[in-house]
Ligand binder design. Structure first.
Ligand code: CTP
Length: 400
């Protein structure tokens, strides 16, 4: 059950370069359980194809007032579309479409649907920075607000023109967060704090070399994203990773070593309601870190290792009100080993990954998880995206 389960979303696409991101938006809305229908302006078809959108939305994509079926034109009923939707989302909304909406122009199907829609309308502007800040566009966006439409903010950053500044369309996940919030004013994790560890740790041998592992951070970042979408304030403590987060409710603390991760965890742990250890923390670190690069000629026969702090075990031992979830990556006797970890580390739940499952665990974007509760009840999930796994994980936590 997604957070948009049963919601009908009418997506209006106008012709701007940001339209290339809309297929991802369609997928994310559907992943959250929404039904999506698409109307697009004729110029939007220059940027993204109706075939892509109809394949992803599993609904016909409309862009003209009539459809031709065996030489018989039929009317694409804009009134019915407007009445069907629980929410109309116009993304990207270009300067041209926005000004037509303000003026009540009706020279394409998207505008006709907009003018006859009875449902709430979200407008997601996308423009170059000077165009966005031009008084005419600012005035038009204000006018849309007076019509009762919700105008979403724009992003700040790299623009298709090569310039940098305000005007970018929000990323699909940010748009989804607005939609989810709208339909779920009472979000299940509202006013809750969630701590998540993610990624690998790097344990330095000397200033240039380290001991590390292949963890990508994808699972921890997906958990943070879902926690934030569910309304939580998230503290994400991550080792070195290429993953990025933009959600305003996620505070990212970047660390390198297990010691640094432990220090950050101690800073937040007492204040949180849920703590999830998704990091692949190195179990050992070099006993001595050379202060200068170890030269090849000098040779290196051995590196003496010493255990790192088990961060999850520390959280289990000092647990008060927190729900504590660990991960177990196993290669044999998976369920038994995971149950054992759950008990030893005083956890409320453990997520098991088996390295025997293809495309699951480290580095890849998909995962296959088994959730074990402290009463030893077990739920198995199929191979799916890490975002979908994260959703299942929070459904398990919230089911308690
Ligand atoms: N973990 C941790 N700190 C460590 C090592 C592990 O917080 N120093 C956490 C991981 O984030 C994960 C859980 O402990 O949630 C399980 O890690 P795993 O390496 O599978 O288990 P270990 O306890 O290290 O046992 P082993 O390697 O012997 O299987």
């Amino acid at each position: 059950m997604g957070l948009l389960s049963g919601k009908k979303i009418l997506l209006g696409i106008s012709g701007g370069i940001a339209a290339y991101k809309i297929p991802l938006l369609v997928r994310q809305l559907i992943q959250q359980g929404a039904e999506v229908k698409v109307v697009m302006t004729p110029s939007a078809k220059e940027f993204v194809t109706p075939l892509t959108l109809s394949t992803l939305s599993k609904n016909p994509v409309l862009s003209s007032f009539t459809a031709t079926d065996q030489d018989n034109p039929t009317w694409n009923d804009h009134v019915a579309l407007g009445l069907w939707a629980d929410l109309m989302l116009i993304a990207p909304a270009t300067s041209n479409t926005i000004s037509s909406m303000v003026q009540g122009r009706c020279n394409n199907l998207l505008l006709a649907v907009y003018l006859s829609a009875k449902c709430p309308v979200f407008v997601v502007p996308a423009m170059d920075l000077d165009m966005y800040s031009h008084p005419s566009n600012q005035k038009n966006l204000d006018a849309l607000k007076t019509y009762g439409n919700k105008v979403l903010p724009v992003g700040d950053g790299f623009l298709a023109s090569g310039l940098e500044g305000k005007g970018r369309m929000l990323e699909p996940n940010e748009i989804v967060a607005f939609v989810v919030n709208f339909f779920n004013p009472e979000l299940p994790l509202k006013e809750k704090k969630v701590l998540i560890t993610a990624g690998p740790t790097h344990e330095a041998i000397d200033p240039v070399r380290f001991i590390g592992n292949h963890a990508s951070g994808k699972m921890g970042f997906a958990l943070a994203e879902i926690a934030a979408q569910l309304g939580a304030e998230v503290f994400l403590i991550s080792g070195p990773t290429n993953e990025k987060t933009k959600h305003p409710s996620i505070k990212l603390e970047k660390v390198v070593s297990a010691d640094e991760m432990f220090n950050q965890v101690k800073k937040y742990y007492d204040t949180v309601d849920i703590a999830i250890a998704a990091a692949a923390v190195a179990d050992f670190k070099p006993l001595n870190r050379a202060s200068q690069k170890i030269k090849k000629q000098k040779g290196l026969d051995t590196i003496r290792l010493t255990p790192t702090q088990d961060i999850l075990a520390f959280m289990g031992a000092s647990k008060k009100k927190q729900y504590l979830l660990g991960f177990a990556l196993e290669t044999e006797n998976e369920i038994e080993n995971a149950k054992d970890k759950l008990n030893k580390k005083n956890l409320d739940g453990i997520v098991l990954n088996s390295l025997r499952d293809e495309n699951a665990g480290f580095a890849v974007s998909t995962n296959k998880i088994t959730y074990i509760h402290s009463d030893m009840s077990i739920n198995e999930f199929p191979l799916q995206s890490k975002l979908a796994c994260a959703q299942n994980i929070f459904e398990q936590i919230l089911s308690l």
